[in-house]
Design a protein around this ligand. Structure first.
Ligand SMILES: NC(=O)C1=CN([C@@H]2O[C@H](COP(=O)(O)OP(=O)(O)OC[C@H]3O[C@@H](n4cnc5c(N)ncnc54)[C@H](OP(=O)(O)O)[C@@H]3O)[C@@H](O)[C@H]2O)C=CC1
Ligand SMILES: CC(=O)N[C@@H](CCC(=O)OP(=O)(O)O)C(=O)O
Length: 398
């Protein structure tokens, strides 16, 4: 690491001055490359003449979708990650500005097909492809790359469970063994060492964040957990589907995936791991007439002798040092409006009218903490940057 001292430029970030080499804790090889004066200035991406002055080159697979665009938006405020490679499917060949005019202020490479991408020109990849297409593609990427996959393709450890719930054979069984499930606040140490992180689904994020600390502390029962969850329509992606037309969504709500939503095994996997026994949940998602936002309302039975004050205190203690998970003041009701556009999860606990039961409400923005924000939080950790880098903006209200 001795060459790191040759790049000791001073940076101001999140209220502190850092020497640049303190923030870069990647491999020796990487630090050497960063130390070369020419590599510190401009780099040309493989697929266009766009250059990035930032020192980590990011590839974005599925950049023309909602989560891809959200990563680009967030990276505008990241001092180190510059997007130098972007792929699309139907929109390959187009400029990002034509697909997402709100991102026009950024200098971005043209969208290309995955098959034309040169991955030797990037340091890390966010994979924002539909589930079912991702295993095959990730399997072919250079092993030196750090990858955060936003799809569901690597979230389930049990291959047969994946095949049952996703209805297709797993294409990368060997790779699955090294995957770290990236619910950031609960797996930080593993994420630091990971090469491939499976970013959690939006519903599983909003549900596991409140339930994991309570199960770990044995404060709630493993049975009769009922989850009523609601999502904005952007959760379904940008691809055209009849069910997501304005006339189908506006002025109404609809349940879907009743009894068999594919997030059930992901939620149960996470909860069972901490409970150290099988936890099952009743989970019903709903589509709401809103663009972004997600609320999970969770009904639990408390362990014998436990009160909602105990649950509240446990959550407050668990998350007191967390930047992005906030347990609100007692009695305050979390609202999706208050986390919109941000990486926050707001939660609270309420006593049910029925003795022994509690109601937990958790809200996130499905596109940020539920997808792109948490993915950026994870890549920051994987590359040794402060995990809040590029994520400290305030929610947009209303
Ligand atoms: N939306 C959300 O709130 C969340 C999404 N996720 C997951 O993140 C991933 C991306 O979601 P989202 O951005 O919403 O999806 P979108 O449908 O908005 O975008 C999908 C992207 O993948 C590209 N694509 C589609 N099919 C293929 C293919 N066969 N080969 C290569 N590229 C392809 C599309 O290109 P083109 O536009 O050119 O067709 C587009 O860039 C999904 O796996 C989703 O489940 C996870 C958490 C939350
Ligand atoms: C509203 C809506 O359709 N939401 C998606 C979940 C989005 C998400 O988190 O999904 P992945 O597991 O696909 O990454 C769904 O229910 O399938």
């Amino acid at each position: 690491m001795s060459s790191a001292s040759t790049i000791s430029s001073i940076c101001f970030e999140q209220g502190c001055w850092f020497k640049r080499e303190r923030m870069i804790r990647v491999s020796d090889k990487r630090v050497k490359r960063l130390a070369s004066p020419s590599s510190l200035s401009f780099r040309v991406s493989a697929n266009s003449s766009v250059k990035s002055e930032k020192d980590i080159r990011i590839g974005l697979l599925g950049a023309s979708g909602y989560t891809g665009a959200e990563i680009v938006r967030l990276l505008a405020n990241h001092p180190h990650f510059g997007v130098t490679l972007m792929t699309a499917d139907r929109k390959a060949g187009q400029s990002m500005e034509s697909v997402f005019p709100h991102l026009r202020a950024q200098k971005l490479p043209r969208l290309i097909s995955v098959k034309d991408a040169d991955f030797s020109t990037v340091d890390a990849v966010f994979c924002c492809l539909p589930h079912g297409t991702t295993q095959e593609i990730i399997k072919g990427l250079p092993t030196a790359l750090k990858i955060v996959d936003l799809s569901a393709d690597f979230r389930l450890r049990d291959i047969s469970e994946y095949e049952e719930w996703y209805g297709q054979p797993h294409q990368a069984v060997e790779l699955q063994k090294e995957v770290v499930y990236g619910l950031t606040e609960l797996s930080r140490e593993d994420i630091k060492k990971a090469r491939l992180v499976a970013n959690p689904g939006c519903y599983p994020t909003s549900i596991q964040l409140p339930l994991v600390p309570l199960l770990k502390a044995n404060l709630i029962k493993h049975e009769n957990i009922i989850i009523d969850a609601k999502s904005g329509v952007s959760g379904a992606g940008r691809g055209a589907k009849e069910a997501n037309l304005y006339s189908e969504i506006a002025e109404g709500i609809s349940s879907y995936g009743v009894t068999r939503h594919r997030h059930v095994p992901e939620i149960e996997q996470g909860l069972s791991d901490v409970a150290q026994s099988k936890v099952t949940v009743s989970f019903t998602p709903h589509l709401m007439p809103m663009i972004r936002g997600m609320q999970s309302t969770i009904y639990v039975e408390m362990a014998s002798g436990i009160t909602t004050k105990n649950l509240y205190q446990q959550l407050r203690t668990s998350y007191e040092d967390e930047e992005f998970v906030k347990v609100l003041d007692e009695g305050a009701v979390p609202r999706t409006h208050n986390v919109r556009g941000s990486n926050y999860c707001f939660m609270n606990v309420f006593p049910d009218r029925i003795p022994g039961r509690a109601i937990i409400i958790s809200v996130i923005d499905n596109l940020v903490k539920g997808a792109s924000g948490q993915a950026l939080q994870n890549l920051n950790i994987m590359l040794g940057f402060p995990e809040t880098t590029g994520l400290l903006h305030q929610p947009v209200f209303p």
